[in-house]
Write a protein of this length. Structure first.
Length: 344
């Protein structure tokens, strides 16, 4: 009887251990499920002035439709402003240019690349020369003054355009000006040319001529993607929010592909420009599907997109914005394509 009692005691102990293990596993699964579906009280999203995806998100209400909690939307005039907002922990999600995104990633801003809405093309950003300056082509810019917002994709693009024309930054005078300051300097004839985006670009074109643009640069091998980012906090603690954000972004892409005229109307209305001026922002950009974005990201972030980031980092090093260029393996750690799975 004593031996039976000991055996019964052992069986009871083992049963309790197994049950405890099951309870722990079940609890862990429940915790993961809760984490995957929970939302903060408010999600803060940044959109950018002159960004066609921003225009469509705003006009179609996709952020509010897909993100299942209160959404606070703030409009910024440049990617550098968005980086500052992330540094101040005032933003959770945003989509903006590859130049400021790369600068943010290299400098340790707490976000990751989670999507690529489009590759810039056409006149999404362009180099416009003021009429009367005698500038007909990029090579004519030697000795001239160019307005451009430093640290932006326009800054990256103008230096690439100069390089392709056999010039460098030393051959011109570059003035660091925001979009509206470019317009003011343009009207005062303080600058001869500008590389910028709408709505400032549209104002300059009224008395100027476009001599190159992102579309022409793309044809010459210079790729400038628009990048969606999510803060590390949101990715870690509220993964459903990032998933919803990507759904909203993919809705933008679907609208562009399936109803381009509506997309053009959204951009025209939001930016206060004509549909003719807005058209190139829709038809000339390369809008990517989820499958195309996943391909660019590659498995574990080791696709062609990481190389694009590295090339852009080399630009920032040349501008002395950073001291070292990260390796491709280091940059791949800042890319998370998991929220694009199954969203074709």
């Amino acid at each position: 009887m004593r031996r039976n009692g000991i055996l019964l005691g052992l069986l009871l102990t083992l049963s309790l251990v197994v049950l405890a293990g099951c309870s722990s596993t079940s609890g862990g699964a429940q915790a993961d499920a809760t984490k995957a579906s929970r939302y903060p009280e408010t999600v803060r999203v940044g959109i950018i002035e002159g960004g066609p995806e921003s225009a469509i998100l705003a006009k179609e209400g996709y952020l509010q439709k897909y993100i299942k909690t209160k959404v606070k939307v703030t409009t910024y005039s440049a990617g550098t402003d968005i980086n500052n907002a992330f540094i101040s922990r005032d933003l959770d999600l945003a989509s903006f240019g590859s130049s400021p995104v790369t600068l943010g990633l290299v400098n340790g801003v707490s976000y990751k690349a989670v999507g690529i809405p489009y590759n810039e093309g056409g006149n999404i950003e362009a180099l416009v020369a003021r009429n009367g300056t005698g500038i007909k082509k990029v090579a004519d810019l030697k000795g001239k003054t160019i307005g451009v917002p430093f640290g932006t994709t326009s800054h990256y693009a103008v230096l690439q355009a100069l390089k392709l024309a056999g010039l460098s930054a030393k051959d011109v005078t570059l003035m660091d000006l925001s979009g509206q300051n470019i317009v003011a300097a343009w009207k005062r004839k303080e600058i001869d040319a500008a590389y910028t985006w709408s709505p400032g670009l549209d104002e300059c074109v009224k008395t100027g001529t476009i001599i190159t643009n992102d579309g022409q640069l793309s044809q010459q091998g210079i790729k400038i993607p628009e990048i969606a980012v999510a803060s590390d906090n949101v990715i870690t603690n509220y993964p459903a929010v990032t998933r919803d954000y990507e759904q909203a972004m993919l809705a933008v892409s679907r609208l562009v592909h399936e109803h381009p005229q509506q997309a053009i109307a959204d951009v025209a209305s939001w930016e206060g420009i004509t549909k003719a001026s807005a058209k190139s922002q829709i038809v000339d950009n390369q809008w990517l599907t989820a499958a195309e974005q996943r391909q660019a990201f590659g498995s574990n972030g080791n696709g062609a997109f990481a190389k694009t980031l590295q090339i852009t980092a080399q630009f920032h090093k040349a501008q002395e914005n950073i001291t070292t260029v990260p390796s491709l393996s280091a940059l791949s750690q800042d890319i998370d394509g998991s929220f694009l799975k199954g969203d074709d």
